[in-house]
Structure formats: C-alpha cells, structure tokens
Design a protein around this ligand. Structure first.
Ligand SMILES: [Zn+2]
Length: 333
C-alpha cells in the first residue's frame, strides 16, 4: 500500500514533496516538524525511497535495485543518524562520520539522503558540525531533519532548512484509521492519550496502555478514597515511564477542573473516566486543584533533568493525598 492510501492525512505534504521533485527543486535541507506519531518518519522514509528510486513515478517503484536495497535497509546512499538509545543525544562522532561519508560520491542513483531523527537531540557540537555541511550545499545530497521540538534546534540550523509541518490529523480521520487497525473500541481514549496522533495511539494500544492506565488510575483514586502509602505506590510504578504517569495525572487534574467549571458539557480528555473523576473533583476546591496542577506541571518539567524519579513520583502522590485530607495548606507550600 502506498503512503497516502495508508495514511491519508499525509496527502498534502506528500504532494508538496512530489512537486519539489517535478520542478527539480528538492530542498537541500528539509525540516519535518510534527508531534510524535503523526507520521514524520513514514513521510520522510517514503520520500527518501522515492528520491533514490531509479524510475520516475508518484511513488518509488519498489522493484529496482535501489528500492530493494532500501527495503533491506542496506542502501549505501541512505544515511540514517539517530541516537544510540532513545532519549540520548546524537553524538558529534555520528555527525563527523556522516561528513566523511558525504565526501564520497553516491553509489546508486546519483543522489543521497541523510535522515536525522530526532534532529533536536543533536548536542551543541553535533549541531555545529552539521552546520558546516549545511553551509556548503552538495547537489547530490538531501538532508531530512525530523523533530517534534523545532524550538530546541539552534537558529543557525533552522535558518538553513526549509520547513514542512505535519499537523495533527482531523479527529475523524484519526479515529477511522485506528478503527481500521483494530482499535475501534478504544480509539477515542487512545487518541487523547496520544495527543491526537494516530500512529502513537496505535503504538500505545500495542503496549497495553489502556490496561496500565486503568491500573494506575485505580491506585491513584484509591489513595484519595481510602488513603494509603504513596511510597508503596511510587515504588511499584517507578519502573513505568514517569513522564507518562505525570502526563496522566496532569490530564486527570485538568479534567477535574473542567468538570467543576461552570460551563457544562465541556470536552474532557478522559471521557471514559468522567464518572469516576466526579467525586474527587467535588472534594477538592478549585483553587487547590489549580495549585495541584501547577505542582504537577513543575514536577513534569523536572523529569527532563537528573532527578530521583521515584521520589518525585512519591511527592506528586503525597500532594494528591493531602489534597483530600485536612492538610490542604500543604499544597500552597
Ligand atoms: Zn525503485
């Protein structure tokens, strides 16, 4: 199946890329921007394959030598630069290695594609090294930089790239896509959890996220209803990605605020939990809910630095527990 049949929301970007090829104006560096799971990699890979294909068409032919090498992930003219581990920086050695390869001529189609993802994870030296390449254009080479955080890239890099944004698809398209992939029942919730991006939503479904979320939500609510040991809950959940837990708590707290707000029928992020969010929402006053939300957001930011994650999670749970007890003043500390 071709890209646009498979992911129809990518059609406008795919057609724009096609017009670059037809007019002979493929940018030397293209920055593909969009949220995680919106299809940046799928778009960039299909485009790379098409650029390298030896035949001309709206899509890569899938049959020529170049397409076969691409499919086997052994194409010598497709250079993929990624962190060695998720979340780690792209080290300068990777960029230096890339620059050395660029000194050689492409081997197959007279073209070469460099795929850098996530581009904002280049450290300062990596970005500086890459900048030299961007300053000396090479007609054979197209650089594709993928990011969900363009604001984290140096301005010097941004100014040398043509930017292509992939917006979050319309909800109806995303829901239909999830249904086609067997997630019709949970599509709404999955899509909320994935901030609207279908591919991320499907990935979450495959990771059993619905069950995990239910389990954590129950533990979180039990703390409020029956009390308990935040430390025990934090220990149990410390191996689970703390960012996800913080995002969940933020989203539940925002929904409690929405549920208490004067305007009724406001859309909430967790419609499946609405009923069970009602009672805690009524027990905490609005001001304390906002305070709790501020503290959660502050804690969420701290997760990108070197912190003791289990301890931070425990602190968030203690605040939540206190929000239901006598000690409401603790929230304003
Ligand atoms: Zn081909």
């Amino acid at each position: 199946m071709n890209l646009v049949d498979e992911m129809n929301w990518l059609a406008p970007q795919w057609h724009r890329l096609g017009s670059y090829i037809q007019s002979g104006r493929v940018p030397q560096a293209l920055l593909v921007v969009g949220r995680e799971g919106v299809g940046k990699a799928q778009l960039a890979e299909s485009f790379s394959k098409r650029l390298l294909c030896r035949t001309i068409g709206e899509y890569a032919c899938g049959e020529c030598a170049s397409c076969r090498l691409f499919a086997a992930k052994t194409h010598p003219d497709f250079l993929r630069i990624e962190p060695e581990e998720t979340g780690k920086a792209i080290p300068v050695d990777a960029i230096r290695g890339l620059i050395a390869s660029l000194a050689l001529k492409p081997q197959y189609s007279g073209r070469r594609v460099v795929f850098i993802s996530p581009a904002h994870q280049m450290n300062v030296s990596s970005a500086n090294s890459l900048l030299k390449t961007l300053e000396e254009p090479d007609e054979h080479t197209t650089l594709l930089l993928l990011t969900d955080s363009p604001q984290s890239l140096p301005a010097t890099i941004l100014s040398r790239c043509q930017r292509m944004d992939i917006p979050v698809p319309e909800r109806s398209l995303a829901l239909a896509w999830l249904a086609k992939h067997g997630q019709g029942d949970n599509a709404e919730v999955l899509l909320s959890l994935a901030r609207g991006t279908p591919i991320k939503a499907l990935g979450l479904a495959n990771d059993g996220i619905i069950e995990k979320r239910e389990e954590f939500f129950s533990a979180w609510r039990d703390l409020a209803e029956r009390g308990g040991e935040p430390a025990t809950v934090a220990e149990k959940w410390s191996k689970f990605p703390c960012e996800t837990l913080a995002d969940w708590m933020i989203s539940w707290t925002m929904d409690m605020i929405r549920l208490r707000a004067v305007t009724r029928n406001r859309a909430i992020d967790n419609p499946d939990l609405a009923e069970r969010l009602q009672s805690p929402a009524q027990k905490i006053n609005m001001q304390d809910l906002f305070r709790f939300l501020d503290r959660l957001n502050a804690a969420r930011k701290m997760l990108s630095s070197q912190v003791n994650r289990q301890l931070l999670l425990e602190e968030m749970l203690i605040l939540w527990l206190r929000g239901h007890g006598k000690d409401l003043t603790a929230l304003s500390q």
